[in-house]
Design a protein around this ligand. Structure first.
Ligand code: PMP
Ligand code: GLN
Length: 384
């Protein structure tokens, strides 16, 4: 393993899902739903396979039907106009979109600012691109994790190339407010920074929170690469169909890297995801209402079991604090959790440069059937 990757072992998601399998525990670790997405979308994938659509290499940028559907979605939901020919790129999940964006846009030695705790692929991809990650830490304030805008401003140097933003934010569940996003946008314009924004949880927002894409702010469309994925919105994490929108110049850059990572992404699933993106608003509203109920179900269970809960406004994760249990090491706590009560969770400490910073935080996923969440709540009470 080369020096750039030396510090990256097995991802926490693989470690914890393996632990769930070997112990038979309820897996609230890795974020994937235990109910597949809409039947009609699955049928569309079967039809594509049968009809020979996409069984051979699809076009490099993605099939036109999906690029058109992505552009129409951005227009319909956010009033953002992208040309399906040249300003939309289909990727192998958001994961490839993140990797290709960073490989395409970062020069060795460039600084990339990213929130901490961070989704784990950010650190690895910045490292593969030869960049230096500069963390800006989201800190709990009252019951939500917040961004300190002064800290963000202070983190920008002459070497800063790019802001890597994630909202709604994994693992904290924070949704950046319009005011926070406006300030980020102003900073990006003032310091002439590129922005890559990971908005895979764009449809998973609750209560009064609203997802506003960074690209909608003044001066941002021309400097922003926006990333999303069908994995979260449509509950098909195994299909690995994601996408990028941005100016032709930025999307061409990302595509240049993508060509040599995967060349193209899974053909038949692209036809199905194009159909999914055309689902009526009632699908998105119903999905969100369902998840909100699940959030409250698991949140209540965690509170009853003694966890301190940071109420998420978005994503399908709840970050908790384990200090009430007298625990000081989230990773050790999570390794022991299956044996103690038959549940698997993720230690947020692995999402910090200094694991000590997140040592009392543990993340639980609530994208599970209600009966599974009920059972998890019963089991977690054994911790008391
Ligand atoms: N970004 C974030 C913040 C995520 O949580 C995930 C899913 N774990 C991804 C990207 C990757 O998405 P995909 O499965 O589409 O590659
Ligand atoms: N995004 C999911 C999570 O945060 C899973 C990612 C993965 O397995 N790489 O849990």
């Amino acid at each position: 393993l080369n020096r750039r990757l030396a510090e990256f072992g097995t991802t926490i998601f693989a470690e914890m899902s393996a632990l769930a399998l070997s112990t038979g525990a309820i897996n609230l670790g890795q974020g994937f739903p235990d109910t597949d997405g809409p039947e009609e979308v699955r049928e569309a994938a079967v039809r594509a396979l049968r009809d020979g659509l996409g069984n051979q290499y699809p076009p490099g940028p993605g099939i036109p039907e999906l690029r058109t559907a992505v552009a129409a979605h951005q227009q319909r939901r956010y009033g953002l106009s992208y040309d399906p020919d040249g300003e939309v790129l289909v990727t192998a999940g958001a994961t490839e979109a993140i990797a290709a964006s960073l490989l395409a846009l970062v020069e060795p030695g460039d600084e990339v600012i990213a929130f901490e705790p961070y989704y784990d692929s950010y650190a690895a991809c910045i490292a593969m691109a030869g960049g230096t990650r500069v963390p800006v830490t989201l800190r709990p304030h009252e019951d939500r994790f917040r961004l300190d805008l002064d800290e963000l401003r202070d983190a920008v140097t002459d070497r800063t190339r790019l802001l890597l933003i994630n909202t709604p934010h994994n693992p904290t569940g924070t949704v950046l407010t319009r005011a926070e996003l406006a300030a980020i946008a102003e900073l990006a314009v003032e310091r002439d920074l590129l922005v890559v924004t990971d908005e895979v949880y764009e449809h998973l927002v609750f209560d009064d929170a609203e997802h506003v894409p960074l690209a909608t702010f003044p001066g941002m469309r021309e400097r922003t690469v926006t990333i999303s994925s069908s994995g979260k919105t449509f509950s098909f994490t195994g299909w690995k169909v994601g996408w990028v929108t941005g100016t032709q110049e930025l999307v061409t850059a990302v595509r240049t890297a993508k060509q040599y990572l995967t060349y193209v992404s899974a053909g038949p699933f692209q036809y199905a995801v194009a159909e999914a993106l055309r689902l009526p608003d009632s699908y998105f509203d119903g999905f969100r209402a369902d998840l909100r109920r699940k959030r409250d179900l698991l949140g209540d269970g965690l509170r009853a079991a003694g966890f301190e809960v940071y109420q998420p406004q978005g994503t399908y994760f709840i970050t908790t604090d384990i200090t009430p249990f007298g625990e000081k090491d989230a990773h050790r706590f999570c390794r022991a959790l299956p044996e103690r009560c038959g549940v698997v969770a993720i230690p947020n400490s692995v999402f910090y440069d200094d694991p000590a910073a997140g040592r009392s935080q543990v993340r639980f996923a609530f994208c599970k059937r209600d009966d599974v969440l009920h059972e998890a709540a019963v089991r977690l009470r054994r911790l008391a």
